[in-house]
Design a protein around this ligand. Structure first.
Ligand code: MSP
Length: 512
């Protein structure tokens, strides 16, 4: 069996999830569910990044003990992902005792192998990004992402990251799919044209206590990014003797796909591989960077600008399937995309109510009315062949689009198939044909039902609840549908289709 291991970033918990973090998580879930549908054994890991100054400050502001604050916020992420039907295998929290021990083992190993040394650091620090910057990195006195920085000078521990620069460049060249899309790979190769500096991996406890203690110097905790990045390996058993098999299976043999936003490219494509090389373990298979959801002012939707959409509020208007569909259809993977109520409403109404919903309504109404709800026999009518072939082609393209990690293209193909089927119904007008040719009407409706089955199976990873209802009403399996569809196995002739409540009622614009 093939295996698929996908991760999301661990989200900071200084605030509740917003639509940007929800987008990453839904995309990971959709890619994971598609791989499961195609027949892979899969593992999806998401979670929360709970150490560091940012979290500590938020807990203080709210006057709550920091671990209690983490527990409350981690729950709010878990609850939101549940509402969005995210089917993860592990919700990872960096404050888990077993992870902290594994991080300490890594640090000790690096120290024993002389990959870590002590020195004095003087430079700029951005608390909101938990990142160090040199003067030349700053843009108008702020971080390259426009965040406030402060000057600091302190003795710290450093990881010899510079020693891995050439090896990393070589790895990127030899593995063209390592960083995707290719324009992000080029961005990293551009960054690596300048000499790579060593990485400060500690924080004195006098400044910040909330972190994993450095095992060889109890006056320090480790830099939050080192602790957080290691989750991708510790989550599947790294540095835990009792989980050696898991580590071998998921990290070594399968290889991870890290899904990230383009804002955290350097930490994932530079710091992380260098750390892994120093630890002597495999690098992830792929790092896929997506773009940003943009707010009304066409800026990154973020907690700091305040102009954010809360997924829990949106779910009260659109429901989980509709919102998941919009996020996958409206945001091409890799690119920035605007989000607004108007865009969400239009997408749902056009694709789901007018297209899929309309096909379902027309077909099922006629089957109930003229065929006693029974599914007609399989048809050999030549007129049906072009649609049938388009269905086969669509399923093949969906598989291809998923293997290249582009679910938005898969959705485009499915919507095109539904559009063509609706057009075919309009040309053939079965509602008129029923009066003169019941046999051909049955063939047309049978074909429409087969397309509905195929589309429901192909759309289920995006809309798990509604497509499950649709498949059940047609008594069809939720397995990879191509071979069944080619043979015309489903829906089974003679079975009755069950009445469904309208799956895609139009969303009224007053709501927006
Ligand atoms: N804690 C770090 C990641 C550590 S991973 C080892 C972090 N957390 S974060 O809470 O800031 O979340 C960052 C991720 O949230 C981004 O990389 C991206 O995946 C997602 N997004 C946050 N805002 C977003 C948008 N406006 N649009 C799309 N995704 C966004 O960085």
């Amino acid at each position: 069996m093939n295996h698929f291991y996908i991760t999301t970033p661990l989200y900071y918990i200084n605030d509740k999830p917003h639509l940007g973090t929800a987008y990453t998580t839904v995309l990971a879930d959709v890619l994971n569910r598609y791989h499961r549908l195609i027949g892979y054994e899969t593992f999806l890991m998401t979670g929360t990044d709970e150490h560091g100054q940012k979290c500590n400050q938020s807990a203080k502001q709210k006057n709550v003990p920091v671990q209690d604050y983490c527990n409350i916020m981690a729950k709010s992420f878990e609850n939101t992902w549940k509402l969005l039907d995210i089917s993860y295998d592990l919700f990872f929290r960096t404050t888990a005792g077993w992870h902290k021990q594994a991080v300490q083992k890594c640090l000790q190993e690096l120290y024993d192998n002389k990959q870590i040394y002590e020195s004095t650091y003087e430079g700029w620090y951005c608390t909101s990004e938990e990142t160090f910057y040199t003067s030349k990195d700053l843009v108008n006195g702020k971080s390259p992402n426009g965040k406030e920085v402060t000057k600091i000078k302190e003795t710290n521990y450093f990881f010899k990251m510079s020693a891995y620069q050439e090896l990393l460049i070589e790895h990127i060249h030899k593995n063209p799919d390592f960083i995707q899309p290719s324009y992000r790979k080029n961005e990293i190769l551009g960054f690596l044209k300048n000499p790579l500096e060593d990485l400060c991996i500690s924080r004195p406890k006098s400044r910040l206590e909330w972190g994993v203690e450095i095992p060889f110097d109890p006056n320090y905790v480790t830099y939050v990014w080192v602790d957080a990045l290691l989750n991708y390996a510790t989550g599947v058993g790294y540095q835990q003797t009792e989980r050696k098999e898991d580590f071998e299976k998921w990290w070594v043999k399968t290889g991870a796909l890290h899904l990230i936003g383009k804002d955290i490219l350097i930490t994932h494509c530079v710091y992380w591989p260098c750390l892994l090389m120093a630890l002597g373990i495999k690098l992830p298979k792929t790092i896929l960077a997506h773009g940003w959801l943009l707010n009304q002012s066409q800026e990154k939707m973020s907690k700091s600008t305040g102009d954010i959409m809360d997924p829990v509020d949106l779910l009260k208007i659109y429901n989980s399937d509709n919102l998941r569909y919009f996020l996958m259809r409206g945001v091409p993977v890799g690119k920035d995309a605007p989000v607004s109520h108007d865009l969400i409403t239009r997408c749902i109404n056009e694709d789901l109510s007018n297209n899929l919903g309309n096909l379902l309504r027309r077909t099922s109404t006629m089957i109930h009315k003229h065929f006693d709800s029974q599914i007609p026999e399989i048809s050999n009518n030549k007129k049906m062949e072009p649609l049938k072939n388009l269905g086969i082609q669509t399923a093949k393209s969906v598989k291809e689009n998923i293997s290249t990690l582009q679910p938005h293209l898969a959705l485009e193909k499915i919507i095109n198939l539904l559009n063509e089927t609706n057009k075919f119904l309009e040309q053939q007008a079965p509602w008129k044909k029923i009066k003169e040719d019941k046999k051909e009407t049955a063939d047309i409706l049978r074909t429409a039902l087969e397309i509905l089955y195929l589309s429901a199976a192909l759309l289920k990873p995006v809309m798990p609840k509604k497509m499950d209802q649709l498949l059940k009403s047609l008594s069809c399996p939720d397995k990879w549908p191509l071979e069944y569809f080619e043979r015309g196995d489903f829906p089974k002739a003679g079975e009755k289709i069950q009445e469904l409540p309208p799956l895609f009622p139009k969303i009224k614009s007053e709501m927006t």
